[in-house]
Design a protein around this ligand. Structure first.
Ligand code: KIV
Ligand code: NA
Length: 264
């Protein structure tokens, strides 16, 4: 059965963990769908893992549409979320709707955008017009030039309070999912406990989120360079890529991943 926003809500209510994984092409879409990944994300991480850039900023709306079409062609069960690329939504809710509508036409079931209070009006605008929204707080990679690097967020009390406040604001505006990236596990647990209708998905945010997400090339350990603390190599000990992806799903469902060593 097709996973939808209501499926995710009832999973969160029943304490069943949501397994989310990035995907950029048809072959991996098939692998992930077969392995039981609940939510497939065409992330703007494609700027790094597919295009070889040093950040997500050069990704265009056309790139996101293209990869969405590739992935959508082979999904049967998983819900498909696509990132709104940098520059395609920040100007106004109207700009965001026009961009998001193109991603939905390409096969997305939900769009993802980065940011807190300043995105609340946009989340409401899209949701009221038929486009479910996944919000993203904490280490939001499109802000790398403002943050001065990829650094853990929400470490001091003021920053932690802000994450909590913004999570509730985004939920009230209708957000259907919330990614929490690279924040202390304790903070993510508090945010998750406070959510009523909007499940949380962690990446470097501890085991207490309603679900987890990783970048495919990171969890297969094929992306060159230093691994972030929150990445685990799921290829280790596995005979195939299919088995590694299935193991990821199993460990998320069983709350085995992430362990304390992957958290802040
Ligand atoms: O672009 C991406 O892959 C993401 C996830 C890491 C959440 O936004
Ligand atoms: Na992203």
């Amino acid at each position: 059965m097709q996973v939808t926003v209501t499926t995710l809500q009832s999973m969160a209510q029943q304490g069943q963990k949501i397994a989310m994984l990035t995907c950029y092409d048809a072959t991996f879409a098939h692998v992930e769908d077969e392995a039981g990944v609940d939510v497939v994300l065409v992330g703007d991480s494609l700027g790094m893992v597919i295009q070889g850039h040093g950040s997500t900023l050069p990704v265009t709306l056309e790139d996101a549409e293209y990869h969405t079409r590739c992935v959508a062609s082979k999904l049967q069960r998983a819900m498909l979320v696509t990132d709104l690329p940098f520059g395609s939504y920040q100007v106004s809710p109207q700009q965001a709707f026009a961009s998001a509508a193109r991603l939905m036409a390409a096969g997305a079931h939900m769009v993802k955008l980065e940011g807190g209070s300043h995105m609340v009006d946009t989340v409401r605008f899209l949701t009221e017009r038929g486009i479910p929204v996944c919000a993203h707080l904490g280490l939001t990679p499109q802000f790398v030039n403002v943050f001065g690097g990829y650094k853990v967020q929400g470490r001091n009390e003021e920053a932690a309070e802000r994450v909590k406040r913004e999570a509730l604001e985004l939920q009230a505006a209708g957000a259907g999912l919330l990614v929490l990236e690279a924040i202390p596990a304790q903070l993510a647990a508090e945010v998750t406990a406070a959510m009523q209708t909007c499940p949380t998905i962690g990446i470097g945010a501890g085991v207490d989120c309603h679900g987890q997400v990783l970048v495919l090339q990171d969890m297969l350990d094929i992306f060159p360079g230093k691994k972030a603390r929150f990445v685990k190599n799921f290829m280790q000990g596995q005979p195939s890529i299919q088995a590694a992806v299935a193991r990821y799903v199993d460990e998320v469902k069983a709350r085995q991943f992430p362990a304390a060593e992957h958290s802040y």
